[in-house]
Design a protein around this ligand. Structure first.
Ligand SMILES: [Zn+2]
Length: 137
């Protein structure tokens, strides 16, 4: 299994479609339970089960775009606002670092474990705040 992704686990319907927005959006068969991924190569992946043009699709793209914007932006010290690799996630907005292990993010300060994509994680909370505006529109 790979953990080099920030995921947005969400269930959807079946379809094939490629949307072009501010980032390259491609359709793939993602891992079970995962509907969207933001790759740090600038690609947003949407699971093939998500209906093209649907509100759900827009919701996922907005969510992943929020992660992507933070992965590209830098603070005054030149650090990415959000950075990740296979072993860790660094959230320089919330001042949090996490170890990645078996699909979990472990808070380096508190030792508390979260599922990847848990809305309680500050970087997920920010992305859900954006996507929930679509969801609740
Ligand atoms: Zn997310």
């Amino acid at each position: 299994m790979k953990y080099n992704k920030l995921t947005f686990p969400y269930k959807g319907e079946s379809h094939d479609f490629v949307h072009e927005g501010s980032y390259k959006v491609v359709r793939e068969d993602l891992e079970e339970g995962v509907l969207g991924e933001a790759d740090n190569d600038g690609t947003i992946k949407i699971d093939k089960s998500v209906k093209p043009g649907s509100k759900k699709e827009k919701e996922i793209i907005v969510h992943e775009e929020t992660h992507m914007n933070e992965m590209e932006a830098e603070d005054e010290d030149g650090n990415k606002l959000l950075a990740y690799d296979d072993d860790s996630v660094t959230d320089n907005i919330a001042g949090k670092t996490y170890k990645r292990k078996n699909g979990k993010l472990i808070d380096n300060d508190t030792g508390k474990e979260y599922e990847e994509g848990d809305p309680k994680l500050p970087h997920e909370s920010r992305a859900f705040a954006a996507s929930n505006k679509i969801k609740n529109a």
